[in-house]
Design a protein around this ligand. Structure first.
Ligand code: PLP
Length: 277
């Protein structure tokens, strides 16, 4: 049985029902988080809590993140999964009348799901490279994901696993992950801004890079520099560190092989998943 939690109530997922007037459904008016649970602990839980708080603040939704996370703990107990993927979705809730502006009286919808999942880094992959067609506030982890959906679909239709995105010739991020470039012993990643999600995995990679002798530079990355790098990889809670060995357009990255620097980082990252705070 797959358990979920809807507004504090645990139930089998088939029994969960949300109003068609929910603003998440009507307007994409909500935010979310996705977290990996490894060996019985949520990876980087406090960072996920902080990011959820910041997404909620950004859209003016005032609810207790502490309460949401105590529901997460109850859902985990119910499901009894040591290795899992947990989604937290919070929308502004259901209104009596459809109106773009926020209603005066409304209570948020909080929906949590959990499913079995092993957090391991994914295999070398191909990525399409496309203009970033999304809105300009991607630091908010919004449930309005149509741009990301269309871009990942285009990747799949082109035999690729990700879509690397750029705006004005510079890489922003990928459709479901952040982007890193490797040059020698240096990791380069676009700086945090409104244009990208502050990925938790990105944060952990930056924090641990020095343990494998890599230094990190956060600076704009020209999209036409990707193919000539020694390596490119994307990072996310669900993909881990996924190397990109082929770009479309762009062809092979570097000599098409994974560098020792990348392999050392990936091993250290996968290892750290089991010893995280
Ligand atoms: N960027 C986007 C657009 C994402 O959807 C995600 C993950 O869902 C990320 C980056 C990576 O974030 P995290 O490392 O917190 O999973």
């Amino acid at each position: 049985m797959t358990w979920c939690c809807l507004n504090g109530e645990m139930m089998p997922i088939e029994q969960a029902a949300i109003s068609p007037m929910d603003r998440g459904f009507l307007f994409g008016d909500g935010v979310y988080e996705v977290m990996a649970r490894v060996d019985g602990r949520i990876r980087a839980k406090s960072l996920h809590e902080a990011r959820l708080r910041s997404s909620l603040d950004a859209i003016g939704l005032d609810i207790s993140v502490t309460d949401v996370f105590s529901d997460v703990d109850r859902l985990i107990d119910k499901a009894g999964l040591l290795d899992a993927k947990i989604y937290v979705q919070v929308t502004r809730g259901a209104a009596a009348v459809r109106d773009h502006a926020f209603p005066a009286q409304i209570s948020p919808t909080v929906f949590l799901t959990i499913s079995e999942f092993k957090a391991v880094s994914q295999k070398p992959a191909k990525a399409i490279v496309r203009p970033d067609i999304r809105w300009r506030r991607n630091s908010i982890k919004s449930v309005s994901l149509l741009g990301n959906v269309l871009l990942l679909q285009e990747a799949r239709e082109n035999g690729a696993q990700e879509a690397v995105l750029y705006r004005d010739e510079f890489v922003t991020e990928a459709s479901t992950s952040n982007v890193f470039v490797i040059r020698g012993q240096t990791l380069i990643t676009p700086p945090l801004s409104d244009l990208i999600l502050p990925g938790i995995t990105r944060h952990l990679v930056i924090e641990m890079a020095s343990t494998v002798g890599l230094n990190v530079i956060e600076e704009p990355v020209r999209v036409d520099s990707l193919g000539g790098a020694d390596g490119v990889f994307v990072s996310s809670s669900t993909r881990g560190l996924m190397p990109i060995v082929e770009l479309d357009p762009g062809g092979q990255v570097g000599d098409g092989r994974l560098t020792d620097a990348f392999l050392a980082l990936q091993t250290a990252y996968d290892e750290r998943l089991h010893h995280h705070e």
